[in-house]
Design a protein around this ligand. Structure first.
Ligand SMILES: [Zn+2]
Length: 380
């Protein structure tokens, strides 16, 4: 039987679906506050840019409007798993089941009982099978309703607390982020997806990124490249570093430029500390091309992008939240810079550890005017 149109089968039998893969407390980005005008604008842009045609948009909607095949799916539901036919025979001995199914079907409103959409409807249990001692007792027409695929999934016991959300299902949100926010790197796409609340494995972002690669090839998308030059921007309120395509403009309000016109392969090296704690310093060495761009994120801070995406939602990308003590931008060469303290003490920076940084024990050193340089000579 088709799992798409069967009573709760798609959700219960197949385990997690893409719609599932959002954090319980996910609140999306500014798409959740969009009105019809915003959606029309996005659709119009996609057509104007040749990403899709009106014909494709309309025929896709027509396909989603096609009512679920509840008659055939219920009638052919496995008698071993589902009790529909047996329960009907008990209630109406000798009578054919299908007329009852169709009578029930026509009596529906033809809309999801949760959100009212006519798209992608499925027959779904009102009281889930998991609430019945004998699951087969749930399989009667009186216990079925029409729900969209998303709310069919959201109704499951493990997801009841998520059902009221207005954010897009993950699969659609991925493309909304890609085509509306238009991240310039795959890493930024992943960061935005984590901000949105997606918990899916990173490979899903890699796959979604293919759309950006394909569109760039046809001049419809901009991906940051090794040939581009960048400005590195530091945001004053939380120390986050972001980059932008070098353009000679003043830095955005509330930020300062710490480097202009540098290549993605350049390294940004910095020492930061936790607030005013001067004893524990951390040293970082990151390629400029790993820094996030800043994007308009609705009511969220543009520096919310400054996270390092991990499965459970991402951790801040230093120096966000840390006090930047000193920083330099150097070439792609893999040398170890020198750190000089104001009392004249110098030490060689420890090997860097990517986004986690490495701890430097400053002890009682005076770090207020600490400096970082490519070689000791620069500090003399
Ligand atoms: Zn719905």
């Amino acid at each position: 039987m088709s799992t798409d149109s069967s009573p709760s089968l798609g959700a219960e039998e197949n385990g997690d679906t893409p719609e599932d893969e959002l954090l319980v407390n996910a609140h999306g980005l500014y798409d959740s506050s969009w009105g019809e005008d915003d959606w029309r604008k996005l659709a119009t842009t996609l057509v104007r840019d040749g990403v899709v045609s009106w014909r494709e948009i309309t025929t896709t909607v027509l396909g989603e409007l096609n009512p679920p095949q509840v008659g055939t799916s219920i009638a052919s539901a496995s008698g071993l798993t589902f009790g529909f036919k047996d329960n009907h025979q008990l209630a109406h001995p000798g009578e054919s089941f299908m007329p009852y199914v169709m009578q029930w079907f026509y009596a529906r409103a033809g809309r999801c009982i949760d959100c009212g959409t006519r798209l992608d409807l499925q027959a779904d249990h009102v009281q889930g099978r998991e609430f019945f001692e004998n699951k087969r007792d749930a399989d009667v027409l009186d216990n079925l309703e029409l729900r969209c695929r998303r709310h069919n999934v959201a109704k499951r016991r493990s997801h009841i607390e998520r059902a009221g959300r207005t954010v897009l299902p993950a699969q659609q949100a991925l493309m909304w982020i890609l085509l509306e926010i238009r991240p310039f790197t795959k890493l930024d796409l992943a960061r935005l997806c984590r901000i949105y609340g997606m918990t899916m494995a990173g490979i899903r972002f890699d796959e979604a990124w293919a759309m950006a690669v394909w569109m760039q090839r046809e001049g419809q998308y901009r991906i940051a490249s090794p040939e581009d030059a960048y400005d590195v921007v530091r945001w004053l309120h939380n120390g986050a570093l972001t980059r932008r395509f070098a353009n000679g403009d003043a830095p955005p309000m509330g930020s300062e430029l710490i480097a202009s016109d540098v290549l993605g392969e350049n390294r940004v090296r910095f020492v930061a500390s936790l607030g005013d704690n001067k004893r524990t310093l951390r040293y970082y060495d990151l390629a400029v091309e790993t820094l996030p761009f800043a994007y308009e994120l609705g009511d969220r801070d543009v520096t919310d992008i400054a996270i390092w995406p991990i499965q459970t939602g991402g951790v801040p990308l230093a120096p966000k939240g840390l006090k930047l003590r000193s920083s330099i931008i150097v070439g792609a060469i893999n040398d170890s810079p020198t750190i000089a303290f104001s009392d004249g003490h110098m030490l060689t920076a420890p090997p860097a550890n990517g986004f986690r940084g490495t701890i430097i024990r400053a002890g009682r050193r005076e770090v207020e005017r600490m400096r970082l340089a490519s070689s000791p000579d620069e500090l003399l």
